[in-house]
Design a protein. Structure first.
Length: 408
């Protein structure tokens, strides 16, 4: 189903019609409250304790609405702390930031009775006159989500979308056949996005596995896989402080400038901008504290600045390829930090964690070959990610035209 089978409509001929419509449908849509089309947070049905259900914690839902790792549990284990739902129910996170990050899905392809591990889901159960995928897509409109955020109550990061937001929400509704046609169109796009997302995940898994084979494992001195021309070649280990300089920045996050001309590395994967630079050249950077410890890594070759709690490794010895170093460091540093920390959760990096880390150093030609292979994979991953974003934006734009604009 594509947009080429749709026709444009004139808003002058009817008050409540979408801008794009399938040619076999005419007439004005109706509008009604969601609670006339669906049950909002229906009552639970008591089950026997030994009935197996699907347990879905909030973390099991991706931002694309797919279940990542639902668990199987006995009803008796979770009956006092879960949100009850059945097949084809719509689940939408009620708490920030999960609501804003798209933690929502339709419970399709499941059987019997199910439990969500978090009570922070609203459950919406469309009736026989409503197509659940149509309702789900309407609830995913940017305009509806903006209204949901505006309706949140609570304090700090624990704000919630109240249930009465959904009971009072007005929904534009066509006939059931038109609902199903729209749902099928958008579902076909969802299937394509899911297929492309699966390809992206496959590429990431392949890259991770390749890195584990191209670098020596713990306790080993050579990798499991080497390019044929380097088999049997000598290599060694050397500490990072022997092949590069290590420093931290002098800037704070508030020094960023949206109109800045230089990259500004802070304690996250997001790269900000700034109007001054501290270093010009090739470097690898990582977070020194916060949630990004062991998770955020950047490679740059140019002028840049960085936060006072970001470690910058630069001025590499001529025997080191900077891109090779980036891949090796980003693969092994987190494990080293964890091993050297007394805490179960690491929240800061000490300088010696960086300076004393041992780097595997094959000849420069082998480093370049490894860096080229991994960079090529990264280019494919980036291209695939961009394709998925284009598809998501296409769907978002199409949805805005398939649903009429509701005033107020």
């Amino acid at each position: 189903m594509t947009a080429t089978s749709l026709k444009s409509t004139s808003p002058k001929t009817a008050k409540l019609v979408p801008r794009l419509r399938f040619p076999e449908f005419e007439g004005e849509w109706k509008h009604t409250k969601l609670n006339k089309l669906a049950k909002i947070n229906p009552r639970r049905v008591a089950l026997d304790d030994d009935i197996e259900i699907t347990f879905v914690p909030m973390a099991a839902v991706s931002d694309t609405g797919h279940l990542i790792a639902p668990e199987r549990r006995m009803y008796g284990e979770v009956k006092r702390g879960f949100t009850y739902f059945v097949e084809n129910d719509i689940l939408i996170a009620k708490i920030t930031p999960c609501f804003e990050n798209g933690k929502r899905f339709v419970a399709k392809g499941l059987v019997n009775y199910y439990g969500a591990g978090s009570t922070e889901f609203h459950v919406i159960r469309p009736n026989a006159q409503s197509d659940n995928q149509f309702i789900f897509n309407y609830l995913n409109l940017a305009s509806v989500n903006t209204k949901g955020r505006d309706a949140m109550s609570g304090s700090g990061g624990q704000q919630r979308v109240p249930a009465d937001f959904y009971t009072q929400l007005m929904v534009p509704i066509p006939t059931l056949p038109e609902q199903q046609k729209i749902a099928d169109c958008l579902s076909s796009l969802d299937d394509l996005i899911a297929a492309e997302a699966e390809k992206l995940e496959t590429l990431k898994v392949h890259k991770k596995g390749l890195m584990q084979e191209l670098f020596p494992r713990e306790g080993e001195t050579t990798p499991r896989i080497r390019f044929p021309e380097f088999e049997g070649s000598d290599s060694s280990f050397i500490s990072i402080d022997k092949i590069a300089l290590i420093t931290t920045g002098t800037q704070n996050t508030q020094n960023k400038d949206e109109d800045g001309i230089y990259p500004f590395f802070v304690r996250s994967q997001t790269v900000e901008k700034i109007n001054s630079y501290a270093i010009s050249g090739e470097a690898v950077l990582t977070s020194g504290d916060g949630v990004g410890v062991g998770e955020n890594y950047h490679y740059i070759n140019g002028k840049f600045n960085f936060h006072q709690r970001v470690y910058c490794i630069y001025n590499f010895h001529e025997s080191i390829n900077g891109i090779f170093f980036f891949y090796y460091f980003s693969t092994h540093f987190k494990k080293r930090v964890k091993a050297m920390s007394a805490k179960t959760s690491v929240d800061s990096v000490r300088r010696e964690m960086v300076t004393g880390m041992q780097l595997w150093r094959p000849c420069i030609q082998e480093q370049q070959k490894i860096a080229s292979a991994l960079s090529s994979l990264d280019d494919r991953i980036t291209a695939q990610s961009e394709r998925i974003e284009l598809l998501k934006n296409h769907k978002k734009g199409l949805m805005q035209q398939l649903f009429p604009v509701m005033e107020g």
